[in-house]
Design a protein around this ligand. Structure first.
Ligand code: ADP
Length: 445
C-alpha cells in the first residue's frame, strides 16, 4: 500500500516545519510493514505559498465583485442625467422661438452630449471587459449571415462617402464565437475602414483559413494608412493618432475593446498598413469543429480541411473525441496525433466552460480533460460532467502534467476512467482509443 502523510513538526527552537512522506510499504510474510521505500520532503515553503495564493485569490475575487457592483451603479448614475441633458437639448432644437445664435449653441451642447454618451458607453464596456464581467456565449455561429448583417448596417455609412463595399463568399463557415460580440468587432473594423478612408475609396472583406483550426476575417481599406512606428498605439485606449485634429468623430476606444473581446473569444487581432495606400485589419477566430481527415490529396492540398467538402458528410460513422485544454500547442499536438486515425473527429475547447458546453451539445464518445486550467480545474469539470445524467456515462480521461503517483491515485479516485500523463505517450493514447471507442476503424501506417 501507499504511505502518504504530511507531518507537522515543531523543532526545539519552536519553529514549525511540514514534512511530506511519500512511500511504498513493503510487507513481510505475516502482512506487517517491514520497510518503506520513498521520499521525505520538507514542503513548508510550498504549503506557505499555497496558503498565500489562496488568500490572494479570495481577495481578488472580493475586489472583482466590488468592481462589478461599482460599474453597474456607475453606468446607471451616469446615463440617467445624460438622458435628461440630451432629451431636453433635442427638444430645444425644435423650439421656433430660439434665435439663430441660441440654436447653434444648443446644437453644440447636444453634439458634445452625444459624444459624451458614446464615451461613457465605451469606457463602461471596456471596464466591464477588463474586469472580466462580460458574458460571452460561445456557440457555433454561421459566419455568412453575420457578415451580411454587418454589410447591410455599414452600407449606409459607406454610401454617404461613396465608398465601394465588397466581400468574397463564405458559404458554410461556422465559427465558435459570441454572435453579438463578433458583430460588434466587425462593425468597429468596418466603420473605421470607412471613417479613415478617402471619398470614393473602397473597403473589401475577405475570409482566409489560417493554420488548421482558425479563420481570418480581413478588412482592407484604401484609406489614409497608419505609419509603421505608430501601429503599436492603435490598440491603446484613447489613442486617436491625430484623427481628432482632422475632425473625424470617435473615442479611440473601439480598437481596444475589439482586441480584448477577440482575445476573450480565443482569437487575435492584427494589422498591416501603408501610409497613403490603405490598411488591412484582421481578426483570427477558432473554427467551430474540425473534421479530421487523412486522405493524401487533402493533406497535400492544405492542412485545412475544406468545410464544404462533401466527403465529410457521413459523420455518422465518425466518433467524436472532445479535448478540453487551455494550452494551444497541446491542442495542436492532439490534432496531429488524431490525424493518424480515421473516423475520429476531434472537438477542441480552450476553456472549461466551452468544454462543458460542447460536451452537452455534441455528446462525444470520449473526453480528454486537462487538469490545470484557469478558472475551473479538471476535477471540477469532471464533477459537473458526472452530475449530468446525459453525460455521466461518457468516459473521461485526464491528460495532465501532474505525474506523481499521488496525483494519479487522486485522479482515479475522483472518477476519471484513465489517467494519461504529459508528455503524451502515443502508444498509450492509441490504447485508450481502442479501449473506449468502438474500434471499427483501421490504424494507418
Ligand atoms: P476611434 O475610431 O473611435 O478613434 P479606434 O480605437 O477604433 O477609435 O481607432 C483608434 C485610432 O486608430 C483612430 O482614431 C485612427 O486614428 C486609427 N485607425 C483605426 N482604424 C483605421 C483605419 N482603417 N485606417 C487608418 N487609421 C485607422
Amino acid at each position: 500500500g501507499m504511505h502518504d502523510v504530511v507531518h507537522r513538526i515543531v523543532r526545539p527552537d519552536g519553529t514549525v516545519r511540514h514534512v511530506h512522506e511519500l512511500a511504498r510499504a513493503e510487507l513481510n510474510a505475516t502482512g506487517q510493514v517491514e520497510r518503506l521505500f520513498g521520499t521525505v520532503q520538507d514542503v513548508t515553503e510550498r504549503m506557505m505559498a499555497e496558503a498565500a495564493l489562496l488568500e490572494a485569490r479570495v481577495a481578488a475575487d472580493r475586489a472583482n465583485q466590488a468592481k462589478s457592483e461599482f460599474l453597474s451603479s456607475m453606468s446607471h448614475e451616469l446615463r440617467t442625467p445624460m438622458n435628461a441633458i440630451l432629451g431636453f437639448g433635442k427638444l430645444l432644437q425644435y423650439d421656433d422661438t430660439l434665435s439663430e445664435e441660441h440654436r447653434d449653441s444648443v446644437l453644440e451642447i447636444t453634439k458634445a452630449g452625444d459624444h459624451l454618451l458614446e464615451l461613457i458607453n465605451e469606457v463602461l464596456d471596456l471596464a466591464k471587459i477588463e474586469s472580466g464581467h462580460i458574458d460571452l456565449s460561445l456557440e457555433p455561429v454561421d459566419l455568412c449571415p453575420v457578415l451580411n448583417e454587418c454589410i447591410a448596417l455599414i452600407g449606409i455609412l459607406a454610401g454617404k462617402r461613396k465608398i465601394h463595399l465588397s466581400h468574397n463568399g463564405v458559404q458554410g463557415v461556422v465559427l465558435r464565437t459570441d454572435r453579438t460580440r463578433l458583430k460588434q468587432v466587425l462593425l468597429n473594423l468596418l466603420s473605421n475602414a470607412i471613417k479613415y478612408n478617402r471619398e470614393g475609396g473602397s473597403v473589401h472583406l475577405d475570409i482566409k483559413p489560417h493554420g488548421i483550426d482558425r479563420l481570418r476575417i480581413l478588412v482592407s481599406d484604401t484609406g489614409i494608412g497608419i505609419p509603421a512606428a505608430r501601429l503599436k498605439e492603435l490598440f491603446l485606449p484613447f489613442s486617436r493618432l491625430g484623427a481628432d485634429i482632422n475632425g473625424i468623430e470617435g473615442t479611440g476606444i473601439g480598437l481596444t475593446i475589439t482586441r480584448r473581446i477577440v482575445e476573450l473569444m480565443g482569437g487575435s487581432v492584427d494589422v498591416t498598413s501603408e501610409v497613403g495606400v490603405g490598411s488591412t485589419f484582421w481578426i483570427e477566430l477558432p473554427i467551430e469543429s474540425m473534421p479530421i481527415t487523412t486522405s493524401p490529396q487533402k493533406a497535400s492540398a492544405s492542412a485545412y480541411p475544406s468545410l464544404a467538402d462533401p466527403s465529410l458528410g457521413d459523420l455518422g460513422e465518425q466518433q467524436l473525441v472532445l479535448y478540453i485544454e487551455d494550452n494551444p500547442s497541446n491542442l495542436r499536438l492532439m490534432v496531429k496525433i488524431l490525424g493518424a486515425r480515421k473516423h475520429l473527429r476531434l472537438l477542441t475547447a480552450h476553456t472549461p466552460e466551452l468544454g462543458l458546453d460542447l460536451a452537452r451539445a455534441r455528446k462525444p464518445a470520449l473526453i480528454l480533460l486537462d487538469i490545470n486550467m484557469p478558472g475551473m480545474d479538471g476535477y471540477q469539470v469532471l464533477n459537473l460532467l458526472k452530475a449530468d445524467a446525459r453525460l455521466k456515462s461518457i468516459p473521461v480521461v485526464a491528460v495532465t502534467a501532474n505525474a506523481m503517483p499521488r496525483d494519479i491515485e487522486r485522479g482515479m479516485a475522483a472518477g476519471f476512467s484513465d489517467y494519461l500523463t504529459k508528455p503524451i505517450d502515443f502508444v498509450k493514447l492509441y490504447n485508450l482509443f481502442d479501449k473506449y471507442l468502438q474500434d471499427n476503424q483501421t490504424r494507418e501506417g
